[in-house]
Design a protein around this ligand. Structure first.
Ligand SMILES: Cc1ncc(COP(=O)(O)O)c(C=O)c1O
Length: 453
């Protein structure tokens, strides 16, 4: 579907004229004018100048209710006072010691206290690094080579993670990825027990990695029964089960997806929230598996130890923000508050869809939500994740041209959706939710008027 030359396009271009200018300049210095593929928006992305609480302001002077929330990293909202204070104090003491420091110990203690099964934790700089390290740990532990993942599940951009990223059943990988790494990864159809069993029996599988909330941060939800089956089958096959909790950690519950589903993984990848909104991530797991990172005797160090460096691992600024954030989340109250706001938001969005006569369904998991335009609610429009629905349909809804048009219409109404949905934070208020629902209804009316919905 072409969406150019509509009023939507014209209004977008005029309203965000300064962003359009900046994008023109950005393209002269950065490939595609971007620093992250997901920030691409046709014909240009908006440029943001500052942020506070649930809001951010574009360079064009427009206030947006923010549902990106730092790609899901900012569950406390932008600039939470305790995080700001911790950062300001740390800034005075130093930003990089090139040495061990007390805050990293406190950070690790909080992670091991809050995440089930996390006896030891190693800090890295991004979710991508976390999944890469977890895969290496699994190989070291099992002596096997292959990693099985599920099509449509995202685990970052390194060579062993890109197989099947664009799914749900495709195995499209990134150009330029190492053929050896691609061959070491197999993408299975999510929900297919037979394919999983076959892979585990035939393929020398070291690890199965999964987005426990479902592919694309839950756009294609994963059913608990299947997750339980993955747990059972990996245990039987002696393969390591890696939960990629980069999104779900500290969001689905204090203890992440493990706590939410009552299912234990072997290794857990944490990112985003774990680092308090600054660059940082972690791998956590039982002492026995994490031990491959330890120094021991010379023989072990030379032959068995996993090599792992990283200039910014556990850097003091990130550690300060992380400790301040995790302390706020410790009692679970703010995690539940964000989830409750998300429930209200989905109820409001589904109400707006019904009133507008536009086919679509808004669904949620804790404080994450998705709007699937063109998809009929699977039963009552109660916001529960749809079960047993064609994953292709949900993925298409999340990424299709209608959703791109909706994103722009919502930006014009003062709301920044993260593609098809977004993340609530504890800083959002019921008034923000109401404003968003009203904006959504106006955006739907515009899409209908312009023949886009
Ligand atoms: C489930 C999941 N795993 C891994 C990553 C990669 O994390 P990062 O962007 O910090 O490299 C992401 C990023 O969004 C993610 O959603």
């Amino acid at each position: 579907m072409r969406v150019e030359a509509t009023d939507l396009e014209r209004d977008f271009s005029e309203t965000f004229a300064r962003s359009r200018e900046l994008f023109r300049e950005a393209k002269e210095h950065m490939p595609g004018g971007l620093t992250h593929d997901s920030r691409w928006l046709e014909p240009f992305p908006v440029f943001v100048d500052r942020a506070e609480g649930p809001y951010k302001w574009t360079v064009d002077g427009r206030r947006l209710i923010d549902y990106w929330m730092g790609h899901g990293a900012l569950i406390l909202g932008h600039g939470h006072p305790s995080v700001r204070r911790a950062l300001a104090e740390q800034l005075e003491r130093g930003t990089h010691f090139g040495a061990s420091h007390p805050l990293e110990v406190e950070w690790a203690r909080l992670v091991t206290e809050m995440v089930p099964g996390a006896e030891r934790v190693r800090f890295v700089n991004s979710g991508t690094e976390a999944t890469q390290l977890a895969m290496r740990l699994a190989r070291a532990h099992t002596g096997r080579t292959r990693v099985a993942k599920f099509a449509g599940h995202f685990h970052g951009w390194h060579d062993e993670a890109v197989t099947g990223n664009r799914g749900p059943f495709g195995v499209t990988a990134s150009t330029g990825a190492s053929p050896a790494a691609l061959a070491a990864t197999v993408a299975l159809p999510a929900g297919d027990a037979d394919a999983l069993r076959r892979a585990l029996s035939d393929l020398d599988v070291a690890a199965v990695i999964v987005e426990p909330g479902g592919g694309g941060w839950g756009a294609v939800p994963m059913e608990r029964e299947f997750l339980a089956l993955v747990r059972e089958e990996t245990r039987r096959a002696g393969a390591v089960l890696i939960f990629d909790e980069v999104i779900t950690g500290f969001r689905l519950a204090r203890g992440g997806a493990q706590e939410h589903y009552g299912i234990r993984a072997d290794l857990v990848c944490l990112g985003k929230i774990v680092a308090g909104g600054l660059p940082g991530a972690a791998v956590a797991g039982p002492a026995e598996m994490m031990a491959y990172l330890e120094y021991r005797d010379e023989e072990w160090n030379r032959r068995r130890k996993i090599a792992h460096q990283g200039t910014f691992n556990g850097n003091p600024l990130t550690a300060a923000a992380a400790v301040a954030t995790l302390k706020q989340l410790r009692d679970g109250r703010l995690i539940r508050r964000a989830a409750e706001l998300c429930r209200r938001l989905c109820d409001g969005l589904n109400g707006a869809l019904a009133r507008s006569g536009v086919t679509g369904y808004a669904y949620r998991q804790a404080s994450m939500f998705h709007i699937a335009l063109g998809v009929e609610p699977p039963g009552p429009a109660d916001g529960e994740p749809p079960r047993g629905m064609d994953p292709g349909l949900l993925e298409q809804a999340a990424k299709g041209p209608r959703t791109v048009a909706l994103r722009k219409a919502m930006l014009l109404e003062g709301v920044d959706l993260m593609r098809s949905g977004g993340f609530l934070s504890a800083a959002h208020s019921p008034a923000d939710v109401e404003e968003t629902v009203a904006a959504f209804e106006r955006a739907l009316a515009r899409l209908k008027r312009e023949g886009l919905a």
